[in-house]
Ligand binder design. Structure first.
Ligand code: SAH
Ligand code: SF4
Ligand code: F3S
Length: 489
């Protein structure tokens, strides 16, 4: 394991090893020495900031990047005026890209004052050739660019920059088109001490016709169950109570392993880990959600009562063009089965409006599913054209004013349905994992129910990281005000 590395045994007089992750440990050690020199020179430690855009995959990747930086010696800063700034980018929608360009531009002023500042770009947007070309041309303040397939190589790229060419304006760009093997045992710095994301697979094979993820994250690769279990056991030893198993479609986990394992079988193994209290997973593709998983959800003691089940559209006609492989009826049947197996489960979803060719009739089908499925919450998106995806060249792109008007109706529908749903939990007591001090209200803590709702309640900050019973008193959409139930056990 990473924690057990014997740093003294790494000999920097030798050439770097050719195997991973040992090669990266070598560069981390080299950078540690460089860092010590910098501390002497500047009379202070260097600072870093990692900015994350996009989904849980990126959040977990950022923890790995931060793990490497912390290991070198960097201290985390909450300002972009730092010695090293990372943007871990997302490209799922056009506006995600635009945000990044704006932010990199703003960094220029810091570099003028601090010429040794290192600017790093990584993540999904960097897998797009046009985006990288634009940055090369117009954002010369960027020092290092790498993609989604070689995050593990960050220490090596940083060493190339700060040790080999510290004063040059050369941009170091290292992007792979395909994933190599999965590199295990790299450091990571978790955002929360008591909960963690755990990648169980990378990439996606589904090619939904609107989506860029398979192009920027590559083909589906599952981690071996023994590596996943070992990582979770280590996390639990380190104080983690809740894990979220991450993949673009966790329901197809394990198919490409040498010894195939199903997602339900993996969950059974995770359930048996002593000391682990809560298990979540994200995301479930409806087409691959098995009966065995539903049955397991009904009997598991640790799985949280929440499922995120992206619908995308309620129109069977559009679902077919989206390449989703289920119909409106299949989806509703699935939700029904899940609710029967786990009566108080919260169901959330993702919905897109404005997909090419979406008619008023198609849109009404979506509204109908929202009503019938009774979602607890829905993330709603306006369709964004992603170059290279089949939908980008489809006829019938929906005019902006029509989409905007539908989007407003979508929000209203989701709001109505989810308010009804969240009222159902009121007055009852739920276990809440206390996560952080509520900065807006003095003396309040914010935690999360298994159903994923946030709950604000009066409590001491020493409760953070504990699972406590809270009575829900007042609903405010996707969060509640509650009261801690005194536990006399
Ligand atoms: N793998 C996950 C989704 C990852 S992307 C799944 O299949 O559920 C997260 C969400 O972004 C998707 O569910 C979809 O609703 C939305 N999305 C993806 N591509 C989009 C696009 N081109 N325009 C608008 N929304 C999009
Ligand atoms: Fe995109 Fe579909 Fe893969 Fe999800 S399952 S990441 S929506 S292609
Ligand atoms: Fe965005 Fe990449 Fe996630 S495109 S949604 S960060 S997989």
């Amino acid at each position: 394991m990473y924690n057990e590395i014997n740093w003294d045994s790494i000999d920097l007089k030798q050439a770097p090893p050719d195997i991973e992750p040992q090669r990266q440990y070598y560069f981390i050690k080299m950078l540690k020495n460089w860092f010590d020199g910098k501390v002497k020179e500047k009379g202070r430690k260097l600072t870093c900031q990692v900015n994350t855009f996009g989904c849980q995959m990126n959040s977990r990747d950022s923890e790995k990047i931060l793990g490497i930086l912390k290991c070198i010696g960097y201290i985390q800063s909450d300002s972009e005026n730092a010695d090293l700034v990372v943007f871990n980018t997302c490209t799922v929608r056009e506006n995600a890209n635009l945000k990044v360009y704006g932010r990199i531009g703003q960094l220029k002023k810091y570099k003028v004052k601090n010429p040794g500042m290192v600017t790093v770009l990584c993540g999904c947007m960097m897998q797009e050739k046009e985006a990288v070309a634009k940055i090369r041309k117009s954002y010369k303040n960027v020092d290092i660019i790498f993609g989604t397939h070689n995050i593990y190589k960050f220490a090596e790229l940083l060493a190339m920059k700060v040790l080999d060419s510290p004063d040059s304006s050369k941009m170091i760009i290292d992007i792979l088109d395909n994933a190599e093997s999965i590199v295990e045992n790299l450091p990571s710095k978790r955002k929360y001490p008591f909960k963690s994301g755990v990648n169980i697979m990378y990439g996606c094979n589904n090619f939904c016709s609107y989506c860029i993820v398979p192009y920027v994250r590559g083909r589906e690769r599952s981690r071996k169950p023994e590596d996943i279990i070992k990582e979770i056991e280590e996390l639990v030893k380190d104080g983690v109570k809740e894990v979220m198993l991450l993949g673009q479609n966790v329901n197809s986990y394990g198919k490409n392993l040498e010894n195939p394992v199903t997602f339900t079988e993996l969950l059974e193994m995770v359930e048996h880990i002593d000391g682990l209290c809560r298990i979540r997973f994200m995301t479930s593709h409806p087409k691959d959600l098995s009966d065995s998983l539903i049955e397991f959800m009904g009997r598991s003691k640790k799985l949280c009562k929440h499922i995120h089940l992206p619908l995308q559209s309620g129109s069977s006609r559009l679902l077919k063009i989206m390449n989703r492989h289920y119909t409106k009826e299949d989806y509703l049947l699935l939700v029904d089965k899940i609710k029967k197996a786990v009566p108080d489960i919260a169901v959330t979803t993702d919905i897109i409006t404005g997909f090419p060719g979406e008619t008023e009739e198609d849109f009404n089908e979506t509204l109908d599913v929202i009503e019938k499925a009774g979602f607890d919450n829905a993330f709603t998106f306006i369709y964004s054209k992603r170059t290279g995806t089949p939908a980008a060249s489809m006829e019938g792109q929906v005019p902006e004013n029509v989409v905007k008007e539908r989007f407003d109706r979508l929000l209203e529908k989701v709001h109505n349905v989810s308010s009804k749903k969240s009222a159902q939990y009121l007055g009852k007591v739920y276990d809440v994992l206390a996560e952080e001090v509520n900065v807006q209200e003095d003396g309040y803590i914010t935690g999360r129910m298994g159903q994923n709702y946030l709950v604000h309640f009066k409590g001491d900050k020493n409760l953070i990281g504990k699972i406590v019973p809270v009575k829900l008193c007042e609903s405010r959409g996707f969060y509640y005000y509650g009261e801690l139930v005194q536990n006399n056990k």
